[in-house]
Design a protein around this ligand. Sequence first.
Ligand code: UD1
Ligand code: UDP
Length: 357
Amino acid sequence: MKVLTVVGARPQFIKLAPVSRYLRRWHREVLVHTGQHYDDNLSEVFFRELEIPAPDYNLGVGSGTQGRQTGEMMIRLEEVLEREAPQAAIVYGDTNSTLAGALVAAKRHVPLLHVEAGLRSGNRAMPEELNRVLTDHVSDILCCPTETALRNLAREGLTRGAHLTGDVMYDAVLHNAGIARQRSGILARLGLEVKGYLLATIHRAENTDDPARLRGIVAALNALPGPIALPLHPRTRKVLAQQGLALAAHVLVLEPVGYLDMLALEMNARLILTDSGGVQKEAYFLAVPCVTLRDETEWVETVEAGWNTLAGAETQRILAAASASGAAPRAPAAGGATLFGDGRAHVKIVDLLAEVG
Ligand code: UD1
Ligand code: UDP
């Protein structure tokens, strides 16, 4: 079968890797990169490290407002779909690249498979929430990473084509954690000791685009005991400079790092503070306590298991959650194997293509 895959942003390259490797054993994949992320350390590094074949198309859409970025993607994707006439299309996650791919495929009646279907935060102010809901409602095969996701879809009447596959990010961690242990030298490079530092990431629009929230988070990082490694998304770097917000010397501000360095930083951290979806899950897979700098999470299982605490963006709440996280009672993190699948989500997903083939 000829399968057209659309990706464009950092977490999608990581989700794509295990699926693409297996898919190409059975099908012909036409890989489209929308160009949503274009810096080497947000895009190319993942293709190199995860040995993802070069995209067949890079649409070079780049940054822009929500409407312009999504619209440009749709215009250029439609031409590719017309030329390639695939038998199925695959989209991942909840970015603007996901929504553009989903709308164009659905309107051209190309059977659509959504990897990471059914996630909900309940917060429609997030662009990602709109992208998820709309993508799920035009998809033919809905690949849910968790039971919660499957239930969320049922609540919206989406049961046909919905399957529990497990989470491809768990597959990716199983495949790459050992490689990261062997190859990454980032701790030595930064002078960090195993379990002797914290790791933080901040990039979600609800935090970067709200000055009070961003100030609250920065004040918390400045007050926490260091060192804190902070690989910084360019969006956040820009806003910090615009707002004149300074980070204390114990916060090591880094360029975004590659996946193997990120896994090494995660697995050796004492605590992770993040507003990233993927990083919350990886903290759980790697048995590292996590404080989530958001008011809600799609990954409720990690909170219920005691490994993740929702702290929002208020300084005192973040500090309290960070100091309590060492003592929180937890289910064994090996629960990753059941709550997020068995490491073979990529196989189940590719097998599901038979439903439309
Ligand atoms: C996007 C996704 C978000 C995901 C994140 C992963 C949407 C709506 N959001 O957010 O769900 O968690 O990717 O990292 O799709 N920029 C660069 N270089 C790049 C790319 C972006 O400097 O290669 C800067 C630009 O100033 C740009 C800003 O980052 O305006 C935001 O980029 P964009 O892709 O629009 O959204 P993300 O915040 O990356
Ligand atoms: N990640 C990375 N380098 C970084 C920050 C994150 O490789 O500097 C990885 C991280 O390990 C996870 C994914 O990127 O696999 C998460 O992406 P991101 O936080 O950008 O988006 P989200 O998951 O919130 O959509």
